[in-house]
Design a protein around this ligand. Structure first.
Ligand SMILES: [Zn+2]
Ligand SMILES: [Zn+2]
Length: 263
């Protein structure tokens, strides 16, 4: 077996394990305990059905074969010193400051790529072939976080690995980034908002995309296309939180204005 095949097989196992552990953890904590013991606001009207979980998990399992490919290319290139992923102890204050800044830069760039490709995939000409698989989950469960069609996976899987060829990032920061990406994806599909209201309305929280934002994308289909930050949605008039069970009282017509801008 070649080194590449071994790396690919190892990555597949890691991706499945990571998905199973994180989605399983969220499912267990949010949906398998008495509701009064869950700290959060339930967004999903229906409890996850076995049928929906099985469909989402099956789709995620098969699409992992695509996600593991660019990741395996990256690891093989990294072993040969051909990427911008570095290791060792950072030297000096700037090198330490760069660790969180690099994670933020990756998230900002990934968010921009996601927003525009996601919005493009909602175009009627592309939707059926690319994005419909993900939206079969009208009310997603934690297991929907990875449920994409092969075409959508091909569009999205390469971006972060490709960034690692051009934008320097420490291996530790890269692992943090991958963890943030996974937890964020599972969290946003979990059917519960777990962040407290005070944080969501605060100076940081109001710029972040959490479950209540993405849940509205699934239940109402359009608007709220972003991944991590609400900047692109706000800039392009697609940020619409009307109907949000956690929303602060809005001035009359605010939701309608957002919808009119997005149309
Ligand atoms: Zn969508
Ligand atoms: Zn989704």
């Amino acid at each position: 077996m070649t080194a590449f095949a071994l790396t690919y097989a190892g990555l597949l196992a890691i991706i499945w394990l990571r998905y199973g552990l994180v989605a399983g953890l969220f499912h267990g904590l949010l949906w398998m305990r008495p509701e009064d013991r869950v700290r959060g606001v339930r967004l999903a009207k229906m409890r996850p059905t076995r049928k929906a979980i099985w469909r989402e998990a099956r789709t995620s399992f098969f699409v992992s074969f695509i996600y593991a490919l660019p990741a395996a290319v990256l690891i093989e290139a990294w072993k040969r010193g051909g990427t911008m992923i570095y290791d060792g102890t950072p030297q000096g204050l700037l090198a330490w400051l760069y660790l969180p800044l690099s994670v933020l830069a990756y998230l900002v760039l990934h968010d921009a790529y996601f927003y525009w490709t996601h919005r493009a995939m909602h175009h009627p000409r592309l939707y059926a072939a690319t994005h419909r698989t993900h939206h079969v989950s009208k009310q997603p469960t934690p297991w929907a976080s990875f449920a994409f069609s092969p075409w959508e996976a091909l569009i999205s899987a390469w971006f972060v690995p490709a960034l690692a060829f051009v934008l320097p990032i420490h291996i530790g920061a890269f692992l943090v980034l991958l963890t943030v990406m996974t937890v964020q994806a599972v969290c946003n599909h979990s059917g519960w908002e777990i962040y407290p209201r005070r944080f969501l309305d605060g100076p940081v929280g109001r710029h972040l995309i959490t479950a209540r934002h993405h849940n509205l994308h699934h239940t109402r289909f359009a608007r709220n296309y972003g991944l991590y930050f609400r900047w692109w949605d706000r800039l392009c008039g697609t940020d619409d939180m009307s109907g949000d069970p956690m929303a602060a009282p809005q001035p009359a017509g605010a939701g309608a204005r957002a919808r009119a801008r997005a149309a």
